[in-house]
Design a protein around this ligand. Structure first.
Ligand code: GDD
Ligand code: GTP
Length: 400
């Protein structure tokens, strides 16, 4: 049988994602109205052959309970959370839980990084893994980054004409290749034998080890490591700004492939510019204008004449009359006053630094949770930590 593992990391990671990950662990942050890893599980369930998904990380398991319950219900596959007692690294976690992965005679299994947005061409990946190759131990999903300057942030690959990986370098200092690993892998169960050998060569006590450097890199050039090059969309979700582009990618894709996951009308008759997701419990005034590329969470209240575009509005947010939200993330329990403007600048490159030479660069505006924005105030290109009252206007600032 075929299984799948999603690597979610833990609370000491994803630091760039604060101030949004204080309450919700980053893998459950909503993108297109659903937790980040919902989209992974949806893609896995569409394969029709996945019996069980294991979520491996070092967060408190309770955080995942209600997500797992509802996803199991929706997709009808087994989902379990397995907790590392400490960060074991991307391969350490897999190796530690190998018995769970192999249980039920698992022949091969997918491994997915949680923090990616992707069209997940898993069937194509599986077909090429099985069809083309003599004896692959692993197939890596790969894509080409256009901007060569950004390739060094990823695992970089050089392949031959048979799609075998000849070189693998994790985050190289100098330019190697535009072909990068998407953080989605398909392994044969024999990989655990290999991991055992690798571990034996390492320090006896050292438990943590990494998939990329310790396992994949040595496999390059041996004929056991292959790439499947994808088209369509892929990106990392490292910064809050990149979750706004991830939101847009999933909404635009679901509008075509899965219209049930987007909202076309609301009862009040508010103007919707597709694609948009609005939680059924949100209340949207009939004169508001929402979209494109907006998601609105549970129990949000959107008032008369409000305008929202290119933004993520989380649960229990109130947007008062004629307020305007553009290129922003509005955290839980936030209140935006009448005629206030909250706006950011779209971020061309995800995963970039917040400041250059100590000066904040224009970015998506983020209002961490429980913020109150007074009427008529303008907040532009700011990052605001939770629990604040904003009585004045601010531009290009980080408000601690
Ligand atoms: N369970 C567990 N335990 N998960 C972990 C651990 C760990 O100790 N460390 C990291 N993760 C999870 C993260 O939550 C994330 O989903 C994934 O593993 C990879 O995270 P990083 O190790 O931070 O790597 P990265 O995201 O910078 O780069 C990886 O992904 C790129 C594509 O997005 C690498 O695989 C690159 O080669 C790849 O290009
Ligand atoms: P941010 O970069 O903080 O947004 O989160 P991220 O999850 O992408 O983590 P990043 O790769 O920047 O690493 C965060 C910290 O974790 C750094 O101090 C790394 O050295 C450390 N780290 C990276 N990989 C591992 C791992 O596999 N295990 C452990 N224990 N630490 C790791």
């Amino acid at each position: 049988i075929t299984k799948a593992v999603i690597l979610v990391g833990g609370p000491s990671r994803g630091t760039r994602f604060r101030p949004l990950s204080f309450k919700t662990p980053k893998p459950l942050f909503p993108v297109a109205g659903r937790p980040m890893i919902y989209h992974h599980i949806k893609a896995l369930s569409q394969l029709g052959i996945i019996k069980e998904v294991l979520i491996i990380g070092f967060y408190e398991p309770e955080l995942f309970n209600s997500f797992i319950d509802s996803a199991q219900n929706e997709f009808g596959i087994g989902i379990r959370y397995l907790r590392e007692y400490q960060s074991l690294g991307t391969a350490g976690g897999l190796y530690h839980f190998r018995d769970q992965i192999l249980r039920g005679s698992t022949e091969r299994f997918f491994v997915m990084n949680a923090d990616v947005v992707c069209s997940f061409p898993l069937q194509e990946m599986l077909d090429s893994h099985i069809r083309n190759y003599e004896k692959p131990k692993c197939t890596i999903l790969a894509t080409t980054v256009e901007d060569s300057d950004s390739a060094h942030r990823f695992g970089c690959l050089v392949k031959n004409e048979k799609n075998q990986v000849m070189h693998y370098v994790e985050k190289p200092e100098s330019f190697l290749s535009n072909l990068i690993s998407c953080g989605v892998f398909l392994f044969e169960n024999t990989i655990f034998q290999q991991m055992k050998n690798i571990k034996a060569m390492k320090e006896e006590k050292e438990e943590a080890f990494g998939l990329e450097i310790d396992v994949l890199r040595p496999m390059a050039g041996t004929g056991q490591l292959y790439v499947y090059e994808m088209e369509h969309f892929w990106n990392q979700i490292k910064t809050p700004g990149s979750s706004v582009s991830a939101n847009r990618m999933y909404l635009q894709s679901y509008m075509i492939t899965c219209p049930d996951l987007v909202t076309k009308h609301v009862e009040s008759g508010a103007e919707i510019i597709s694609p948009v997701y609005i939680h059924p419990s949100a209340s949207i005034h009939g004169t508001a204008k929402i979209g494109p590329n907006v998601s609105i969470g549970a129990n949000a209240v959107v008032g008369r004449g409000v305008r929202v575009a290119e933004s993520i509005i989380l649960e229990n947010v109130t947007l008062k009359e004629n307020s305007c939200i553009l290129n922003s993330i509005v955290g839980m329990d936030t209140n935006v006053g009448e005629w206030a403007r909250v706006e950011g600048t779209p971020e061309p490159a995800p995963n970039r630094p917040l400041t250059t030479n100590g000066i904040k660069v224009p970015s998506i505006t983020i209002l961490g949770g429980d913020i109150s924005v007074e009427p008529e105030v303008i907040i532009r290109n700011c990052i605001v930590l939770p629990h604040k009252e904003l009585r004045n206007s601010y531009h290009n600032e980080i408000l601690l």
